[in-house]
Each structure stands twice: as C-alpha cells, then as structure tokens.
Ligand binder design. Structure first.
Ligand code: 5AD
Ligand code: SF4
Length: 448
C-alpha cells in the first residue's frame, strides 16, 4: 500500500508552487500518492500564509481540526511550514503539541529528512532558521510523471528587500535571492516538453531579478530567454514593484510575442502622502510615467494592481486620490485589501492613527464598486471582437461541451468546443460579457 499525503495551501502563488513541487518530490523519493482528505492521510502538510491576520486564523483552525485524526492514527505525520510557521513557530508547537514538524520558509529542501526523523524518533522538530538566507535553496526539478496543467507557476526569486511599513514578507521570507537563470530556463524547458504552454514567473519583486547574483542576467533578459523556450506560448510574471520597473522591461514585453499584454503592478495607494508613510519608494508621478509609456508601447494592455485601504492615517482625501488613480490608470482588475496590522512591522505601531473598521469597510466597498464599473466597461468593449484564447479547462458551470480558457489579457472566456483543442490557442469571437467572465464562439467559421 502506498502512503498518502495531503497539502493544505494558503496564500500566494509562491506557496502553490512550493506545495506542488514538494508533492512531486515526496512522490518521487518515497512513493507518496495524493489523498484529497487530510483526515485519512499518512502525511499532512500545511503551507501557511501570514500576509493578513485572517490568513493566520484560517490555518490555525484547520490545524486544530486534525487533533482527532492524529489521536486515532498516531503514525500520521503533521508538518506546518511557510510564512506563518516562520513567524509563530513556537506558538504553533505550544498550541498544537501533536504537530510533528514546524519549519520555516527556508527549510523546504530539508523537509524529506525532517519527515523521516519524525517517523523514526517520534520527536517534535522546530526548524525556522532565516539567518542563513544567502544559502536559500530552491526546490529541485520534478522527476515524476505526474501531469501538469496548461499553465504552471515557476518561482524565479524569493524574498524582498523593500520593507514597506505594512508588510511582513521581508520578515517571513527574508531578503531577495534570485534563482540561477540556467535553472529557470531548464525547468521551463522540462515543463514545455511535458505540454505546458504558459508559465507564470513568480517572486516578491521580480523586476530586481538577478541583482543579488554576480554575473547573473537581469529581468528583461530573463524574460527574453524564457519567451524563447520551445513550446512556451505565453509568459506572465508577478509581482512587480513600480520603483524597480523600467522602460527596458516594457520594451521587451512590447516586442516579444510570448510576453503577455498583461501587467500586474501594485500601486497600493493613490496618495503620495500615504505612499511615503508606506515607504513604497515612489510617488504617483513615477507610476504615471511607467503607465503612460506602457499604454504607448503595448496596445490593449491589461493593467492589474493591488490596493490597500484604511492604511493608518488615511484621510478621505487620500482615499479619494486612490479612486482618482483607479480612474486615471484604468485598471482592468485590482486586488484590494483592508489594512491589517502585522507584528514587527513599522505601521503596526501607529495605533493612534488606525481607522475604525466601518470606515475601512465602507472605503473597500466604494473602491471595489468603481473597479467593477471599469471592468464592466472593458468587458463590453470585448463584444464582437476576436480574441486568442489558450484553452485550459472545461466550464462546469456552463455544462457539457463547454471549454474555458484565458485571453492574453488574463480574461476568462467560456465557449462551446471540442476537448481536442485543450492546450491550444483558439480564436474566439466574444458574444456576451458577465461580471467575471466573457462568453464567445469559435471563430473558425471565418477561415473556411
Ligand atoms: N494589510 C493589508 N494588505 C496587505 N498586503 C500586504 N501586506 C498587507 C497588510 N498588512 C497586500 C498588498 C500586497 C498584497 C499581496 O497584499 O497590497 O501587494
Ligand atoms: Fe511586501 Fe513591499 Fe516587499 Fe511587496 S515590496 S513584498 S509589499 S515589503
């Protein structure tokens, strides 16, 4: 009988990537097979997040729900890793003494050894060393035959040097470490050979790629090399930082077919005063300069962003400037959050400036309403247009015979078609727009 494992993943795409590669590693080395049910698994791994307080609470309550399963099945190994484990390692051990392993963000490659030890010694382990961040090790290439999706994530860089005053990431993931370009390209070639068509390059600050490694290529060059990998049709990347983004990167995106006209560039606030308090290292004028150049060079650009509302001391006027920025930069989509105070961060100490919950909630609603309005206007502009869709799945909601895919601009499109087209680019004529997706028809009829 094969041993089974389950991974509960919270948070960002970096975590998704680490969970996926860790499953593949355990499958390859020890023959573990996936089990959808954590309660009956031999090995349960929690890959946690700490970006906002809610993320912490969610993981804590699921870890708590495993107590009964562990009592009934004492050989079960439970490991808790990722950002929350990095921050709250000791607290997790104390609160959940039945957890076998607590490990930090820099110990992923040690996990196989930690699990073997837990099975042998039955002793709880705590491994959360961030001090040797320069020796950060990326997870190895996949050697399994487990299938891949049409679109896959690839981590190119870990950590962040910025220390925005609200953000916990530099404390949980440590400083910036770039992965060698030759490893990135090699991994993407392996993915392409296995049928992957689109890669999403991941890092906390991808624009700074290479700056921490002597003799390494920089981000614009890496984009070119990744786009040139045989079989890769589309390349996206997250997350960018406006203070490190430059015209050279925009030129490469404009000139390279595989690089999508979809850019995610977090603005966080439309007020220079708040940007200063956040220590974001740019003002709206910098953002505008990048924005205007992107619009000039990249037709049909889809610009996406992140915004925080209710940052300590944010006035109605500051917030109004965020609404103005949303209009001016015409974001297609935004991920917006209410400010959440995080331990150790500068802004968390400005308690006297904290805003009442109701004010934050009300601002978030107004911001999201404006974003939906802009998004809907963009959606209506798609109607009757032909778009290229990379078919990546079926649409369960629509029923039998419906396929689903994404445009270069990151819009979801549903249309009727044959499963044979899975993983291919299809031209689709958009017929209807919904709040979160577009519907269309295959445009093949025009060809014959
Ligand atoms: N509170 C609210 N939102 C946050 N983010 C990061 N830290 C916090 C926080 N303390 C948001 C930022 C970032 C995104 C990933 O999460 O907008 O870009
Ligand atoms: Fe956090 Fe700022 Fe770094 Fe982004 S750039 S990970 S928001 S500290």
């Amino acid at each position: 009988m094969h041993k089974t494992m389950n991974i509960q993943t919270y948070g960002c795409q970096m975590n998704d990537y680490e969970s996926d590669r860790t499953y593949r590693l355990f499958h390859d080395q020890f023959g573990y097979v996936w089990n959808d049910d954590p309660m009956t698994s031999d090995f349960v791994l929690f890959n946690t997040c700490s970006i906002r307080e809610k993320a912490d609470q969610k993981a804590m309550s699921t870890i708590g729900s495993l107590l009964k399963a562990k009592q009934e099945k004492p050989d079960m190994v439970i490991a808790v890793g990722g950002c929350m484990a990095q921050m709250k390692g000791k607290e997790i051990q104390k609160r959940f003494p039945y957890v076998d392993i607590v490990f930090g963000t820099h110990q992923w490659t040690q996990l196989p050894t930690l699990v073997i030890n837990a099975q042998k010694n039955k002793q709880n382990a705590l491994e959360i060393d961030l001090a040797s961040w320069k020796n950060y090790k990326f997870l190895p290439f996949d050697k399994t035959k487990e299938p891949y999706a049409v679109r896959e994530n690839v981590t190119i860089q870990n950590g962040c040097n910025h220390f925005c005053t609200y953000c916990l990431v530099p404390f949980t993931r440590g400083r910036e470490v770039s992965r060698p370009a030759k490893d990135i390209v090699q991994e993407i070639q392996i993915l392409a050979d296995r049928g992957v068509k689109e890669v999403n390059l991941l890092g906390q600050n991808v624009n700074a790629y290479g700056s921490d490694r002597t003799g390494e290529i920089r981000f614009a060059k890496l984009l070119e090399q990744v786009a040139a990998v045989d079989g890769i049709e589309r390349v996206r990347f997250v997350t960018s930082h406006p203070a490190v983004f430059d015209f050279e990167m925009i030129d490469v995106i404009a000139d390279t077919k595989e690089l999508c006209n979809d850019i995610h560039l977090p603005i966080q606030s439309g007020s220079d005063r708040i940007l200063d308090l956040m220590e974001r290292e740019y003002h709206i004028a910098t953002y505008r300069r990048l924005h205007d150049y992107m619009r000039k060079k990249i037709p049909d650009l889809s610009l996406r962003t992140d915004i925080i509302v209710g940052f300590p001391g944010e006035t109605e006027e500051d917030f109004q400037q965020t609404l103005d920025a949303m209009q001016e930069f015409d974001f297609d989509q935004s991920y917006s959050f209410i400010y959440s105070p995080r331990p150790n961060t500068k802004a968390a100490k400005w308690t006297e400036q904290f805003l009442p919950k109701e004010v934050c909630g009300e601002r978030l609603i107004r911001l999201q309403a404006l974003q939906q309005e802009i998004h809907n206007t963009h959606s209506r502009n798609y109607i009757q247009k032909h778009v290229e869709v990379l078919v990546d799945g079926t649409s369960k909601k629509q029923g039998e015979g419906w396929l689903s895919g994404k445009t270069e601009s990151h819009r979801t499109v549903n249309f009727a078609g044959s499963m044979d087209t899975m993983g291919t680019l299809q031209t689709v004529t958009i017929t209807e727009a919904f709040p979160n997706s577009l519907r269309g028809q295959l445009a093949q009829a025009h060809v014959h």
